[in-house]
Design a protein. Structure first.
Length: 101
């Protein structure tokens, strides 16, 4: 199953606090998260990555998620994230971890 997620704020950039909230939510719900960046391309105010997230829940259950992501920055802040995720291994509920707040 593939999920396409687009995160955008029309006029202003997304504040760092939104990313921090997401990070805190991941830390609260997972016992381990490893990101393996397989490819990265940067040009001007844009970047794209292909990365694999390996997650472990407090129960010991693990999932592996492949993410293709495009980022755009304005004034040093993320103003657009467009991701395509693919669950390689694990529970389908982990497919939407990128949107966890």
């Amino acid at each position: 199953m593939r999920i396409r997620k687009r995160w955008r704020h029309a006029e202003n950039c997304i504040p760092v606090s939104a990313f921090q909230t997401h990070t805190r939510a991941l830390r609260a719900n997972l016992s381990r998260l490893e990101i393996d960046i397989q490819h990265i391309v940067c040009e001007g105010n844009k970047a794209a990555t292909v990365h694999v997230a390996r997650i472990t829940h407090p129960s010991g259950e693990e999932s592996l998620i492949k993410v293709v992501a495009f980022y755009q920055f304005r004034e040093g802040r993320i103003c657009l994230v467009d991701e395509l995720t693919h669950l390689l291994k694990g529970n389908e509920k982990d497919q939407n971890l990128g949107a966890l707040q």
